[in-house]
Design a protein around this ligand. Structure first.
Ligand code: ADP
Ligand code: MG
Length: 691
C-alpha cells in the first residue's frame, strides 16, 4: 500500500545514510537490528546511562568506578604492538600516580597526540594497585582543550555486532536535529499539563542526550510520554477502524432462529449462562450490523464450538454459506464430526476440506462449495487457496485464531462481501493485550465452564520422583485411560531438547511396550506426526510422547493424565493450555508438572501459580507480567502489535489513550496532529482505510 505521509515527516522517514557520519555499510548494520529509517533510530532507546561526571576526589573513588579526570602526562612507556607488553601513559592526578594502559596499540599515535607534560582528560573504569591508579583502555582520552567531547551522561544502547555505542550515539544525536521544531502537539493540553509531560522532541532529547541532572530527573516522564504517544497512535487507529465498521448499521428486524433452537433440544446438557450471553451478542450483530467482527474468548473446554455453531446456523438459515477454519486436520475432523452429528436432522450439507482429502473428492467438494450445495465448510488453511470459491459466503469462523495471520484472515474475508467474522481463542488474553491488539473487534467472553466438569488435580513434582509418576501412570493405564507426556522442544535449544525427547520416548517405550507409546513433535514429517496423534486418538496407542504440538484444541476425553517434563521452561499460559488437554471427560484428571533440580525459587513459585489456579485469565495476566506479550501466544504471531516504547503494564495510560480516541468523531476529518502521530508509528493505514 502506498502510504501518504505528511510532508513534515519526510526527514524522519528518510534513509539512515542521510544521517551525518553514517555510510552505507553502517546503515546496513543498523538497518538489520534497528530499522531502516531515522525514526527507528530515534526509537531505539538506551537501556542505561553512564554518569561520567564524577565530583568525588580521586582518593574517594573505589576500584571499578568510572571517573573523568584531568591527568598530567609525565612519561610514555612504549609497548610492542604484537606482544603482551602494553603501552603505558604514565601521569599524575590529584597527587596519585596514574597509568593509562593500552594493549596492542600503535604507539606513535599516542605519543604525538598526548605529548609529555601536557594535560589530558581521561574517562574510564579505574583499578587501584596500592597507591597507583590504573585505567585500561579508557572510554575516552582527549586533550584538555577537547574535554567537552566527553559526554557527561553517556547513554548506553542495546548493541548489534559491528556497531559501537559511540556510533549509535552519534547517529542518534544528529537524527535528533532532524525533528522539526514546529511539530504540532497531538496530546490534548489538559493531559500534558496534568502529567507534566514535555514535547515529543524534548522528550527524545532528554532520553538520548541528557545534559544535566535536571534533565536526567525528567527522563522518566519522557519515557512515559513517548509510551503514551505510541499507544495513543495504536488506539486512534483501532478506533477509526471500528467506527468505520459500525457506520454501516442495518435496520434488520431481529428474527427468530429455528435451526439453532432445534439443536438445543438434542443436547443432553444446558448451555451455561455465559454461552447464552455470547450467543445473544452474536445474534445481535448478525441482525443489526452489515458485518460482524467479533472475538470470542473462552478458556479451554468452555464450549466455544456451540457458540460458533449458533452463529453459523443463523447465517445458513438466511441462505448463506459458512466456513469454519481450524489450524490442524485433526481439529477440523473433530469439528466436522461434532457439527455433522448435531445438524443431521436439518438437511444441511457439511463438507470437510483438508490436505487429507483425495484429489478426486476435492474436485467434487470444490464444486459443491461453488454451487452452494455445501452450506458449512470446515477446513484448514486449504480454505484460503484461490481454488476455493463460494456461492455466497456469509460468515467465517476461525478457531484458535492466533495460529492464523492477519493476512489469512483477510484472505478469507475477500471471498465474498461483508462476510461476518468470528474469531475464537482459547488463550485467555489479558485486558491490555485485547485493547491494543484486537481493539478493532467486539469482544465476547465465556467466563464460565460447564458445571459437569471435574476439576483437574495439578501436582508439582521434582524429576527425582520419576518412579512415583510411572506408578501412577500404570494405574491409569490399567483403568483403560490415556496419558500425554510432554517434553519441551524450544528453538534455542532444539538439538539437546530433541535428544531428551527421543530418549524419554524410548524409555517409556521399554516400560510400557504393551500400550504402544507413540511420539509426535514439530520436527517430524507432518504425516508421521499425524499418524501418531491419530493412533492415540483411535486407542491403538495409550501414551503420546509429544512436544507442544498438541497444545491447540485436541479433544480426547479419555486422556486423563498429562505429564509435563521441565515444566519450568514453559510459559504459564502455555502450561495452562497443555493442562486443558485433560479433564475433558467425566473422569478425574491429573496434570503433573515435573521440574529439574536447577529450578529457581521464582520458577517454583510460577509453577505454584498454575497449581493453585484454574483461571486462564488470571494466569495470562501473570504471564504477561513475567514474560511479556510474546509468551502469551506461545510464539510471535503476525497480527500482534509490537510496542517499542509502550509497556503493557501501563494500563492507566492505555485506558486514557482509548478514551481520548473514542472522542474523535468519524464525520470530521482526522486532525492534522493526529495524522502525524499515526504516521510516526506507522498506523496510517487506518486513515487510508477510511477512504
Ligand atoms: P472449547 O471451548 O475448548 O472449544 P468445546 O466447544 O470443544 O470447548 O467443548 C468441549 C466439550 O464440552 C464438548 O464436548 C462440548 O460438547 C461440551 N459442552 C459444551 N457446552 C457445554 C455445556 N454447557 N455443558 C456441558 N458440556 C458442554
Ligand atoms: Mg475448541
Amino acid at each position: 500500500m502506498n502510504i501518504i505521509r505528511p510532508k513534515i515527516l519526510y526527514p524522519l522517514f528518510s534513509d539512515l545514510t542521510t544521517v551525518n557520519g553514517v555510510g552505507p555499510k553502517t546503515a546496513k548494520l543498523i538497518e538489520k537490528k534497528i530499522g531502516k529509517n531515522l525514526i527507528d533510530l530515534l526509537f531505539h532507546l538506551p537501556h542505561s546511562v553512564i554518569r561520567r561526571l564524577n565530583n568525588l576526589q580521586l582518593k574517594n573513588c573505589p576500584s571499578q568506578s568510572i571517573i573523568t579526570k584531568c591527568v598530567k602526562v609525565k612519561k610514555h612507556i612504549p609497548g610492542y604492538y604484537q606482544s603482551r607488553k602494553p603501552y603505558i601513559i604514565f601521569g599524575e592526578c590529584e597527587g596519585f600516580d596514574v597509568e593509562i594502559i593500552f594493549f596492542h596499540f600503535r604507539s606513535e599515535y599516542l605519543k604525538d597526540k598526548f605529548p609529555e607534560l601536557t594535560e589530558v582528560m581521561v574517562s574510564g573504569k579505574i583499578e587501584w594497585k596500592k597507591d597507583k591508579v590504573q585505567i585500561t583502555h579508557p572510554d575516552y582520552l582527549v586533550n584538555i582543550n577537547d574535554k567537552d567531547k566527553i559526554p557527561k551522561f553517556e547513554t548506553v544502547y542495546p548493541l548489534t555486532s559491528g556497531i559501537t555505542n559511540k556510533i549509535i550515539r552519534k547517529s542518534i544525536e544528529s537524527s535528533l536535529n532532524k525533528i522539526p521544531n514546529n511539530f504540532p502537539e497531538w496530546i490534548p493540553k489538559k493531559l500534558i499539563d496534568e502529567k507534566k509531560w514535555l514535547s515529543f522532541k524534548k522528550s527524545l532529547e532528554f532520553i538520548h542526550v541528557p545534559q544535566n541532572e535536571k534533565e536526567m530527573k525528567l527522563r522518566n516522564l519522557c519515557f512515559e510520554r513517548l509510551g503514551f504517544d505510541e499507544v495513543y497512535a495504536n488506539q486512534l487507529g483501532l478506533s477509526l477502524y471500528r467506527k468505520k465498521n459500525q457506520t454501516k448499521k442495518l435496520k434488520n428486524k431481529k428474527k427468530e432462529y429455528f435451526f439453532f433452537t432445534s439443536i438445543l433440544k438434542k443436547l443432553d446438557f444446558q448451555l451455561t449462562n455465559a454461552q447464552v450471553k455470547c450467543i445473544n451478542e452474536i445474534e445481535d450483530d448478525i441482525s443489526k450490523k452489515s458485518q460482524m467482527k467479533r472475538l470470542l474468548q473462552g478458556d479451554v473446554g468452555s464450549g466455544k464450538t456451540l457458540v460458533a455453531l449458533s452463529a453459523i446456523l443463523n447465517l445458513i438459515e438466511i441462505n448463506k454459506q459458512a466456513v469454519l477454519m481450524a489450524p490442524t486436520d485433526l481439529l477440523c475432523f473433530q469439528h466436522f464430526e461434532f457439527i455433522s452429528k448435531y445438524t443431521s436432522h436439518l438437511k444441511i450439507k457439511v463438507s470437510l476440506l483438508t490436505s487429507k482429502i483425495k484429489q478426486v473428492d476435492k474436485k467434487k467438494i470444490l464444486k459443491d462449495i461453488l454451487d452452494g450445495n455445501s452450506q458449512i465448510i470446515i477446513g484448514t488453511h486449504s480454505l484460503i487457496s484461490d481454488s476455493v470459491k463460494f456461492y455466497n459466503l456469509g460468515i467465517a469462523v476461525i478457531d484458535e485464531q492466533h495460529k492464523f495471520g492477519v493476512n489469512q484472515r483477510n484472505k478469507i474475508l475477500s471471498k465474498g462481501e461483508n462476510i461476518h467474522l468470528l474469531l475464537l481463542t482459547a488463550t485467555p488474553i489479558p485486558r491490555s493485550l485485547t485493547m491494543t491488539n484486537y481493539g478493532d473487534l467486539d469482544l465476547s467472553i465465556i467466563n464460565e465452564t460447564p458445571k459437569n466438569r471435574q476439576s483437574i488435580i495439578t501436582k508439582v513434582i521434582p524429576l527425582e520422583r520419576y518412579n512415583e509418576v510411572i506408578t501412577a501412570i500404570k494405574r491409569a493405564l490399567k483403568r483403560n485411560e490415556k496419558v500425554y507426556w510432554i517434553c519441551p522442544l524450544l528453538e534455542m535449544s532444539e538439538k539437546l531438547d530433541m535428544v531428551a525427547l527421543v530418549k524419554r520416548y524410548e524409555q517409556l517405550h521399554k516400560e510400557f511396550r504393551e500400550y504402544s507409546p507413540v511420539m509426535a513433535h514439530g520436527k517430524m514429517a507432518k504425516e508421521e506426526r499425524e499418524n501418531s496423534i491419530n493412533s492415540f486418538f483411535t486407542n491403538k496407542s495409550k501414551i503420546l510422547v509429544a512436544s507442544t504440538v498438541i497444545e491447540v484444541g485436541i479433544d480426547i476425553p479419555d486422556a486423563t493424565i498429562i505429564i509435563i517434563e521441565n515444566s519450568e521452561r514453559f510459559g504459564l499460559a502455555q502450561l495452562h493450555q497443555l493442562r486443558g488437554r485433560v479433564g475433558r471427560g467425566s473422569l478425574q484428571s491429573y496434570c503433573i508438572l515435573m521440574y529439574n533440580k536447577t529450578i529457581s525459587e521464582i520458577g517454583k513459585s510460577r509453577l505454584h501459580t498454575i497449581r493453585n489456579s484454574n483461571d486462564g485469565f488470571y494466569i495470562a495476566e501473570k504471564d504477561l507480567d513475567l514474560r511479556g506479550p510474546g509468551e502469551i501466544f506461545g510464539s510471535k504471531q503476525s497480527g500482534e502489535e509490537n510496542f517499542r516504547l509502550f509497556t503493557l503494564k501501563d494500563f492507566e495510560l492505555l485506558e486514557t489513550a482509548k478514551k481520548l480516541s473514542e472522542n474523535n468523531s468519524l464525520n470530521s476529518k482526522v486532525p492534522y496532529s493526529q495524522q502525524i502521530l499515526m504516521s510516526i508509528f506507522n498506523n496510517d493505514e487506518y486513515i487510508q482505510n477510511l477512504n
